[in-house]
Design a protein around this ligand. Structure first.
Ligand code: ATP
Ligand code: MG
Ligand code: MG
Ligand code: MG
Length: 470
């Protein structure tokens, strides 16, 4: 079996041998980019190169980029533990051409790596193109010999990428792997596409146009390529499993949480083990990159992820803080590729231990309150906003944690009631602040983040683009 570490290496070697500069992953906190909370795609560190603000000596690059998608437009937090293919933290393998090669070579490379180097069965691969992109359609026919019904034309923005309201943009092509008809789900564009049978493994972006202030588009003189492939998803394919959580890295992490809690990743407890493994990765990597838990901004997103995992540790019956005891396992799996994990190991363990110790003081009581409040509720009912707010305000339950806790029984939350309770409390606080000299505005981000869970800071305006692959 090819390990995830070998697959990452194999990808970088393949493109390195094809004259790409092999570039280290950038940190998760974007450098000098206040519009984006965390790096969420491989192209983010190269944004200025694509727009022409910066240039690189070598016009091709390849990387395995750390990504977090736990808020904002790309919020995969709620999927984690419940789909086979979503994580809050994942690695995006990418190859980039800065005005060098274009569509044909990008498709040749992708097809060669997948079917020749890695030996995937071409019959299991399906691609999509933007509905007007005849060029990509013809290239897939010519290079891959795919039958027309497996080059699906898609008219939505899923297949058209743009960096922002203005700037580079262009059509995309997504490559899907068919895990077989024993799994629920339909091909892309079909009503059942959200199932887990056809899994998107690789996204090729053809940066071909420039969008101007007046909305018009012109051809870029030197079009570029940006691609992104989820390492965990391709690892599942190459390791012959359907589910990302059955790959080597996740199996090792889940084995550790099983052992420490004396439970099995089966039935109702399966999601808890998966959430713990996933959130262990995102929290550890965020801590290693200098994010600390707090009540606002990036730190609050981190705290939300941590607490969510800690509730699942509680579900598994953990009597003491659990998360920090798993860090060593993560370091064994990923420390060689990411030495920052080794350097930060002690800090990660100490922070997780302290956070979990603190949260456990209110977790039990909060869960009890939740139990009482939901007694007699029927699936489809919503929890009173007041109660969700009390859990948040008094017991430190982030909104999405309560949502996650109610999910299994099919209960929702009265979001408007929650907002109203939040506003009322703010009014009280504002009145109390008068004369204290404190700035009321300090807390504004906190409110927004709590409900919206935005990864974008306010002031970010573009509808499409914070620069990630769509
Ligand atoms: P999906 O439609 O499955 O949510 P996407 O189209 O949002 O994926 P892209 O933005 O195109 O994803 O990112 C490029 C690649 O990164 C995807 O093809 C996929 O392999 C991987 N990827 C995206 N989101 C995740 C995630 N949350 N967890 C793991 N891998 C991911
Ligand atoms: Mg997505
Ligand atoms: Mg997609
Ligand atoms: Mg995509």
């Amino acid at each position: 079996m090819t390990s995830t570490n070998d697959i990452r290496r194999g990808f970088l070697d393949y493109f390195g041998n094809a004259q790409h500069d092999v570039v280290q992953s950038a940190p998760l906190v974007p450098y000098n980019d206040p519009t984006l909370m965390f790096v969420n795609a491989g192209m983010v560190p190269f944004k200025n190169v694509f727009t022409g603000l910066e240039s690189r000596e070598i016009p091709r690059a390849t990387s395995s980029q750390k990504c977090v998608r736990a808020g904002g437009k790309h919020n995969d937090l709620d999927n984690v533990g419940y789909t086979a293919r979503h994580h809050t933290f994942f690695e995006m393998l990418g190859n980039f051409s800065f005005g060098d090669y274009f569509k044909e070579d990008a498709i040749v490379h992708a097809w060669t790596l997948l079917t020749k180097v890695w030996g995937l069965d071409p019959n299991r691969l399906t691609t999509t193109v933007y509905h007007t992109d005849d060029e990509a359609f013809d290239l897939w026919r010519k290079i891959a010999g795919l039958p027309e019904e497996r080059i699906i034309r898609i008219a939505t923005n899923d297949n058209f990428w743009s960096m922002g309201d203005t700037g580079p943009c262009g059509p995309c092509s997504e490559i899907f792997y068919d895990h077989g008809d024993h799994i629920f789900g339909g091909p892309p564009g079909s009503p059942d596409e959200d199932g887990d049978r056809f899994v998107e493994i690789w996204n090729l972006v053809f940066m071909q146009f420039e969008r101007h202030d007046d909305g018009s588009q012109t051809e870029l003189p030197k079009p570029s390529i940006d691609t992104g492939m989820g390492l965990e998803r391709i690892a599942a394919v190459l390791q012959g499993v359907h589910d990302n959580y059955d790959t080597d890295t996740f199996k090792a992490l889940i084995a550790a949480s099983q052992e420490l809690t004396g439970t099995k990743a089966e039935g109702e407890q399966m999601a808890s083990h998966r959430v713990i493994a996933d959130h262990l990765r995102s929290t550890s990597f965020l801590l290693a990159d200098g994010v600390m838990p707090s009540n606002e901004g990036r730190g609050y997103v981190l705290r939300r992820i941590m607490r969510r995992a800690m509730r699942h540790a509680h579900i598994l019956g953990a009597k003491e803080p659990l998360m920090h005891r798993l860090v060593g396992n993560l370091v064994s799996e990923m420390g060689a590729a990411y030495p920052e994990l080794i350097r930060a190991q002690q800090l990660i363990e100490a922070t997780l231990n302290q956070e979990e110790t603190q949260f456990r003081r209110t977790l039990d009581k909060g869960l009890k309150l939740l139990d009482e409040a939901t007694m007699g509720m029927q699936p489809g009912d919503t929890l009173a906003g007041e109660t969700a707010f009390k859990l948040y305000d008094t017991y430190g339950f982030p909104y999405d944690l309560t949502e996650d806790a109610l999910r299994a029984q099919g209960f929702g939350i009265d979001a408007e009631g929650f907002d109203a309770a939040m506003t009322a409390q703010k009014e009280r606080a504002r009145a109390a602040w008068k004369g204290s000299g404190a700035k009321a505005s300090d807390d504004v981000w906190f409110d927004i983040a709590e409900r919206v869970g935005s990864t974008e800071f306010t002031g970010y305006s573009a509808s499409e683009g914070e620069g990630q692959v769509l």
